[in-house]
Design a binder for this molecule. Structure first.
Ligand code: HAM
Length: 417
């Protein structure tokens, strides 16, 4: 028997009802801010994702890439932003282009709690404006999304990577600093110290973490323009009552960031799995993918991580999946088929039993379904053109209804609470 591949899992009912609820909250919060849904291919030319950074783990070690039958080198998407920017370049929509997505992401990581080879993100991107108020908008929308879900024990860390020039100057300074301490770094990080020094700051390896605690900070290298932008973002968050902490060590795992970067972490989870979402500005990405220069900003939030955080906080309870009405028909199934569809077509959720089982067996399924009402059709009802309506919750009171009155009576009962 086959099992789901390592690092992946099936999301089944009733857990999937929680997913639906989470996505509905996201679509609502983000849709009310004028963002539209984008659906783009799950795979792209590998070049699209190589722009995430040659030195990043995502590109170097974790890509699911393959050659198709036409010998094109493709890769499954490890994240959402690069595809959205590729689509922006291709279709040249009016700016600012504000979009959201729900997508699986594929990374060949070592699976552990909250870390999968296929995880899922909801995310948003706003492309075509460099206004720092747009950074505030997307951070605030991400914040509101978590708040509406009921998460209250999250913290927000904010940093600036500066302009591309600031970032480059800082990388040079850091590379020099690291060169002098190369021997103290964890061996696995030494190779990055010269070519990709920012990646060393993102290392989770103990020896390296201890060394880089004293490293020079990007905040010391920010140009006036970058510092002013950061101030504008900070004052926007302050005005909206969103708490945050400045963390100059926050460089994030992808290389396209300039200016604002941020991450939301769940206080109840361990550091390997507590990032419930992160984002930032990527003003050079459109150009690096062959398009015209277009600044952009956005975030991605991991659904599996959010659900872990929700479990720890007892938030986002499982929504009820029960239908309102269960139809029991022991006369061959015609009435069961016709009644369920009559109810459904009138907006009333309903289900029925199959396989012509006995009244007792069907009533058991009706009880287990969690439905409030049962409609019973036996030989007497069939002969008289009626159905028996039974209340499954209040101890089984029942009345006979003419078939023509069923929908109206059921609707009235359900509306009556
Ligand atoms: P990221 O930080 O790589 O950013 O991923 C975003 C979120 O996806 C993480 O905060 C985490 O919640 C979740 N996540 C990442 N990897 C895994 C995994 N292996 N298993 C479970 N959850 C995971 C991005 O992907 C950027 N595209 C975000 C962005 C959008 N920046 C600008 N726009």
């Amino acid at each position: 028997m086959f099992q789901a591949p390592k690092g992946t899992r099936d999301i089944l009912p009733p857990e999937s009802h929680r997913w639906q609820a989470l996505v509905a909250v996201f679509a609502d919060v983000i849709g009310r801010a004028g963002y539209g849904l984008v659906q783009s291919p799950m795979f792209e030319d590998i070049g699209v994702f190589q722009r995430l950074g040659e030195g990043t783990e995502v590109v170097r070690k974790e890509m699911y890439d393959f050659h198709d039958k036409g010998d094109r080198h493709l890769a499954l998407r490890p994240e959402g932003t690069a595809s959205v920017v590729r689509a922006f370049n291709q279709h040249r929509p009016t700016v600012p282009w504000k979009v959201w997505y729900l997508t699986p992401c594929f990374r060949y990581e070592e699976p552990q709690a909250g870390r999968f080879r296929q995880h899922h993100q909801v995310g948003a991107e706003a492309i075509g404006s460099a206004d720092p108020d747009l950074d505030v908008e997307v951070i605030a929308l991400q914040h509101d999304f978590y708040r509406v879900l009921g998460l209250s024990r999250l913290s927000l860390r904010l940093n600036s990577m500066g302009s591309p020039g600031d970032r480059q100057a800082y990388a040079g300074l850091l590379a020099e600093w690291l060169a002098r301490r190369s021997g103290d770094l964890d061996e696995a990080d030494r190779a990055n110290a010269a070519g990709h020094p920012l990646r060393v700051l993102d290392s989770k390896r103990e020896r390296t973490v201890a060394v880089v605690a004293d490293a020079p900070r990007i905040t010391d290298c920010l140009s006036d323009e970058a510092a002013t932008r950061l101030d504008r973002v900070r004052s926007g968050l302050d005005a909206l009552g969103i708490g945050y902490e400045i963390d100059p060590g926050l460089v994030r795992g992808l290389d396209y960031y300039t200016h604002s970067t941020w991450e939301f972490a769940a206080g109840d989870l361990t550091s390997a799995q507590n990032a419930v979402g992160g984002g930032g500005r990527y003003d050079g990405l459109a150009e690096s993918l062959g398009g015209r220069p277009a600044p952009g900003v956005g975030f991605g939030a991991g659904i599996e991580r959010i659900l872990l955080a929700a479990d720890a906080e007892d938030a986002l309870s499982q929504p009820s999946a029960a239908v309102d009405v269960f139809v029991v028909d022991v006369t061959g199934g015609d009435s069961g088929r016709d009644l369920t569809f009559e109810l459904r077509r009138n907006g009333i959720s309903s289900d029925r039993a199959f396989d012509s089982r006995s009244m007792k067996a069907q009533m058991k399924v009706a009880d287990r379904s969690g439905a409030r009402l049962a409609l019973l059709v036996g030989p007497d009802e069939l002969a008289s053109g009626t159905a028996t309506l039974r209340d499954l919750r209040s101890g089984g009171g029942q009345i006979a209804l003419a078939r023509t009155d069923v929908v109206a009576e059921v609707a009235a009962r359900l509306a009556g609470g």
